[in-house]
Design a protein around this ligand. Structure first.
Ligand code: NIG
Ligand code: FE
Length: 387
């Protein structure tokens, strides 16, 4: 395997406190990294870097770990910009539009879904995302959800089964039977997914229904995550902690008690500021969660209804401007936080042995990602060949 030395790095964020200035982002200046096709082999001051097969000069640029986008709905057909416009004019998001995307997705061919989701993934990657989670959830029937799980598996190892995203029209009068279907036959057909997720909120699934699906997911060998507290607090965060979910996502409306529960748990709060932007909702207070000791991740939530966002830099900028995170906290949450939300130790940091996933910026400091929103600051993305 070829080894590559990346040297003359102006600012390197490793997310390994032992490597850098002892801050959580493990900052090193005048640094160098050596990688091979799969792993990080060496990290330290440029002046003491050993030799490698190839040498790349970062010319003083900042380098950060590849972004870990731990929450996306990349596979769908159609778009809902009319709903976005209506919300900007004052309408409230209630999840009802999911069924429009379900109709379009059911009607789309494998080839169309493959092409469109690959294009979205390419946009994420161009913006520095090196690890991505992808959910099903826009078919809501057995065959269709299995198809989306299979298509997602072509994109990533972190595939999430989200059959409990909404109750499809054909079950509107018998939601109990739909929950049974999701927890039974649909779950077995989607067993190859790694994760089970449920949209637990007003207008979607209540806590008891969500618990049934999560328990079935666990029996199928899945790990668990949950969409909760996006529209109102119906007890989703409490359920996520009770079920030891790896992550509870959205957390727009969270009680003090739930903040305490999260802080005492291993459940990560994944914040999705793109969704709050696109639904004109109040931003979740990331500051309050961090101050209480909660682990926070940031993700795009890329989907056609609430967050047609494929830029992690935009997410970082929103988290800094609107959620009270410092730039370092936002960058950590978009990398190591996302990795924690996916329970992965191999990504989200640049310690020796981690995957060789890194982003070379067109800027001398990583802070430019929030400081210059909208600018394309990703010069190069290096991604491990392992995945
Ligand atoms: O994360 N809230 C549930 N699921 C998506 C939106 C789905 C849609 O409206 O299409 C979300 O916001
Ligand atoms: Fe989502």
């Amino acid at each position: 395997m070829t080894t590559r030395l990346l040297t003359n790095i102006g600012e390197l964020l490793t997310n390994d406190p032992a490597l850098g200035d002892e801050s959580p982002v493990g900052r090193l200046t005048c640094a160098a990294v050596i990688v091979d096709d799969e792993r990080v082999l060496w990290v330290g001051p440029a002046a003491t870097a050993p030799d490698a097969d190839e040498r790349h000069d970062a010319r003083g640029a900042a380098v950060v770990p590849g972004f870990v986008d731990s929450h996306t709905h990349l596979i769908f057909a159609g778009e809902r910009s009319d709903e976005f416009e209506a919300r900007m004019a004052g309408e409230r998001y209630d999840g009802a539009g999911i069924t429009r995307t379900v109709e379009a997705t059911r009607a789309a061919s494998d080839e169309q879904l493959r092409e469109e989701s690959s294009a979205r993934l390419a946009a994420l990657r161009a913006g520095g995302v090196t690890t991505v989670e992808v959910k099903s959830g826009y078919a809501l029937d057995v065959q269709g959800e299995a198809r989306l799980v299979d298509l997602a598996a072509e994109l990533t190892e972190d595939v999430t089964f989200l059959g409990a995203h909404a109750v499809p029209k054909e079950f509107a009068r018998d939601r109990a039977r739909y929950v049974e279907l999701v927890a039974g036959e649909m779950m077995s057909r989607c067993a190859r997914a790694k994760w089970t997720d449920v949209f637990c909120d007003e207008g979607a699934f209540d806590v008891d229904e969500a618990r049934v699906v999560l328990e079935a997911g666990r029996r199928a060998g899945h790990q668990l995550r949950l969409h909760a507290n996006q529209i109102v607090d119906i007890g989703g965060v409490t359920l996520a902690v009770e079920m030891q979910c790896a992550s509870v996502d959205h957390c727009t409306f969270v009680s003090d008690q739930d903040v305490e529960r999260l802080a005492a748990s291993s459940t990560v709060a994944t914040l999705l500021p793109g969704a709050e932007f696109s639904t004109r909702s109040p931003y979740s207070s990331g500051r309050r969660l961090l101050d209480a000791g909660v682990s926070v991740a940031l993700a795009t939530d890329c989907n056609p209804g609430t967050s047609y966002v494929t830029s992690m830099s935009f997410v970082v900028a929103l988290a800094v401007r609107e959620m009270g995170l410092s730039v370092d906290e936002a960058l950590w949450s978009a990398t190591r936080g996302g990795a924690l939300a996916l329970r992965r130790g191999d990504v989200g940091h640049l310690s020796v042995g981690a995957r060789s996933d890194l982003v070379i910026l067109d800027a001398p400091r990583a802070a430019h990602l929030a400081y210059r929103p909208g600018a394309q600051l990703v010069r190069e993305v290096w991604r491990s060949a392992t995945e």
